[in-house]
Write a protein that binds this ligand. Sequence first.
Ligand code: ZN
Length: 229
Amino acid sequence: MSPAHRRPTRRGLLALGGGLVLAPVSAAVLLTTGRTTPRPSAESPPSRDAPRPLLASAAPPPRPPGWMDGAARKPIAGNFTPEGRTAQRGLILHVQEGEGSLFERFSTPAYRSSAHFWVSQAGEIEQYVSIHDRAWTQRAGNAAWASIETSGFARNPLTGPQVEAVARVYTWGVRVHGWPVEVTDSPEGAGLGTHSMGGAAWGGHACPGTARSAQRAAVMDRVRRALRV
Ligand SMILES: [Zn+2]
C-alpha cells in the first residue's frame, strides 16, 4: 500500500469514527474514498442528531415587495436615492397644487423632487419610486417616510375616490411594510402624517392643508375596515 493510497483511507475511517457529525464533509469524503471503505452506510447509519447543512437556514428572508400591486407602475429614472430608506414609519400626505400625472415632472432631472405615489381625483394610483428607495419630497423626512401626492388643490378636500385610493395604498403599506394603523402629527411618530408636521426641516410647507389633513381619519377608518381591525 503506497502512502498516497493510505491517506484517503485514514480519512475515510476518521469520517466513520465521527459518525456523520460533519455530515456534508464526511459524506463527500465517503464518496471519494468509498472504494477503500467497506459498507459505510451499515456501520455508520445517518444520525437524527446530525446537523443539517447551513445553507437552508442561512439564506436571508425574502424582502417585501417595494412596488404595490394595483398601482400603475411608472418608475422614474432619477430624482430619488436608490436603497435610501432607513425606516418604515408610514406615509406622508401631500397636495399637488395642480392636476394630472406627475410622472413627466418627476422624470425631469432639473426638477429634483419626487414622491412614491400619486393619486388622481378619480382615484387612479401611480407609483414612481420603490418603497425601498428614498423619494425626494419632504427633505429630512425622506429616509424614514413614504410619500403620496394627491391631485388637486389644498383649498379643496380629497375626492371620495381619492380617500379610497389613499386608504388602499396605506392598507398595502400596513400589510407589506408594517405601517401602524394610526394617524400621526409628529415626525418622531409613525402612521399617516402630513408634510407640514415636519416644519422647517421638511421644507416648511403648509402641505396638504387643513382640509386634506383632517381627512386622514376617514382614510384610516377605511384602512381598519379593509384590515378588519
Ligand atoms: Zn407636500
